[in-house]
Design a protein around this ligand. Structure first.
Ligand code: UDP
Ligand code: MG
Length: 190
């Protein structure tokens, strides 16, 4: 199976690139952020629990993320693997992902880290805020999300470096150019 994590700060282009990767390689695009927003839009119990974390730019606690992920992962059919977008976001989640995959006799192929400077992340999210309708795309929450990324999520990089699964991708450029680099990287690891 072709299981890949796409990683990077908020606004680094994970979602955009995931759609392209999923299409080209026949993968399921599993975005925990999208799943959470769907729960909020549906007004479910889980949606109600997570909404204040998201609105404040904090991480949703691991147990809720793992709950939503395990609900979804076993329903995936006829795909060559999964592109995990926005997950894992903590070391504990990275450990949980190992367990989830090994229980299914699978493993991770690689983690692609979209490297984008903080100022660019900020600019992109402010631009996106004009049309995204997302409660967390406002200046204060954007800053918080970048801080949270550095504090809690960036340490995940070391975890995957130690496993030899880490691959840096320069995430500052055109969508097409970045996708071309990602594609050749995935093909080389297949
Ligand atoms: N979030 C989370 N865990 C996840 C995915 C999303 O806690 O696995 C929350 C978190 O509050 C984050 C928000 O949802 O700031 C938006 O995440 P998403 O990945 O959709 O957006 P990005 O930060 O990549 O723009
Ligand atoms: Mg996203």
């Amino acid at each position: 199976m072709l299981n890949i994590v796409i990683f990077g700060g908020p606004g680094s282009g994970k979602g955009t690139q995931s759609v392209l990767i999923a299409e080209k390689f026949g993968l399921e695009h599993l975005s925990t952020g999208d799943l959470l927003r769907a729960e909020m839009a549906a007004g479910s119990e889980l949606g109600k629990v997570v909404q204040s974390f998201i609105a404040q730019g904090n991480l949703v606690p691991d147990k809720w993320i793992l709950n939503i992920l395990s609900k979804t992962i076993d329903h995936i059919k006829d795909k060559k693997g999964v592109i995990f977008d926005g997950f894992p976001r903590t070391i504990a989640q990275a450990e949980a992902l190992d367990e989830i995959l090994s229980k299914r006799n699978q493993k991770l192929l690689l983690l692609l880290d979209l490297q984008v400077p903080d100022e660019v992340l900020q600019e992109r999210m402010l631009f996106r805020s004009k049309t995204s309708g997302r409660t967390d795309d406002n200046p204060e929450t954007i800053k918080k999300r970048i801080d949270v990324y550095h504090q809690l999520t960036a340490p995940v990089i070391e975890y995957y470096k130690n496993k030899g699964l880490y691959q840096a991708i320069k995430g500052n450029g055109s969508v097409e150019k970045i996708f071309a680099e990602i594609s050749s990287c995935i093909s080389a690891h297949q």
